[in-house]
Design a protein around this ligand. Sequence first.
Ligand code: SF4
Length: 199
Amino acid sequence: MELSRRGFLQATGLALGTSLAYELSTQSQAFALEGDAPFKLVNTEEYTNICCYCSGGCGSICSVRDGELVNLEGDADHPINRGGLCSKGATMSQLRNIVTEDTREIVYNPNRMTKPMVRRPGTSQWEEISWDDALFEIARHVKDTRDANFIAEENGVTVNRTEAIASLGGSQQNNEEDYLILKSMRSLGVIALDNQARV
Ligand code: SF4
């Protein structure tokens, strides 16, 4: 097909005009929608947080309105993830809120633990316990276990260690906390020390 210079200009002009009209019509729709609905994050307070799922330590921003979490997204200012979150981190808000299967309502996650729980030896039931009692019982178990399994000397050499306790750190601990954990564990004679986050 032969296309004259005038025909070419007419055809490209028509195409550009059609494209521009489409752009304007979709933009005006978008503007109209924005005008009707309030922005999701209006009147929210922002809190920064660290992802709890792996040793990466990605940063997130939690948007809270009236004490309720309404949005969670990657923190663009965080040096590790610069706004990105993997699929696990992106669903972190489900630790607090979930969508019900039947009514699709947003409700508190019923499986979220907000208090210490203990399962006594010989039972299959978990029971609530206060923070003070939980800390006391843990300290009691650590001391009793350490004292019952302390090795002061081995082959005539002073070793002062226990092999009955191990310490495993998590990704949310910072350098200073890890330093204190290391010192306290060493003071008990614990030699089995590791951390989830080797970063
Ligand atoms: S967002 Fe993903 S990669 Fe980042 S800390 Fe969480 S689990 Fe790890």
